[in-house]
Write a protein that binds this ligand. Structure first.
Ligand code: AMP
Length: 128
């Protein structure tokens, strides 16, 4: 089990396969700690995912298990990608889903960057 209580890291998850080059992606940035690429199903004019290169299911796993260099490198990459995408002036949203309640589909820790329009409510209202 991962530290967050989620199932252990699955090396066959789609982002692991992208990291290994088994599945293509529209890459926007890559360095020693992070890979950023366009989401295949964009929810905004700009929708980019940033993933750490290490095998972490969740933020809890990443925070507990990653080295200081990995954590700093990852968050520096998130900042650089948003800046390079030209989102600083207009603003943008960073979002990360964890587990079932968070709506996480891919069990490799990742951050979404949304921009290019007013992103709207931070959290949708519960369905009736
Ligand atoms: P989450 O619900 O936070 O786990 O989001 C996973 C995201 O990964 C979704 O927005 C998907 O559209 C996206 N996604 C899934 N497969 C791919 C892929 N092969 N390339 C790019 N994005 C993907």
């Amino acid at each position: 089990m991962s530290i967050s209580g989620l199932p252990p890291y699955d090396p066959q998850n789609v982002f692991a396969r992208i990291l290994r080059g088994e599945i293509p992606c529209r890459r926007v940035h890559e360095d020693a700690f992070a890979l950023a690429f366009h989401d295949i199903n964009p929810q905004a004019p700009v929708h980019v995912l940033v993933i750490p290169k290490g095998a972490y299911v969740s933020n809890a796993d990443f925070a507990a298990g990653a080295t200081d260099a990995e954590i700093a490198g990852f968050w520096r990459a998130v900042g650089k990608v948003a800046r390079d995408l030209g989102l600083e002036a207009g603003g943008y949203r960073i979002l990360s889903n964890m587990g079932a309640d968070g709506g996480q589909e891919v069990p490799h820790f990742h951050v979404h960057i949304f921009g290019g329009r007013r992103i709207g409510r931070m959290v949708p209202r519960p369905e009736a």
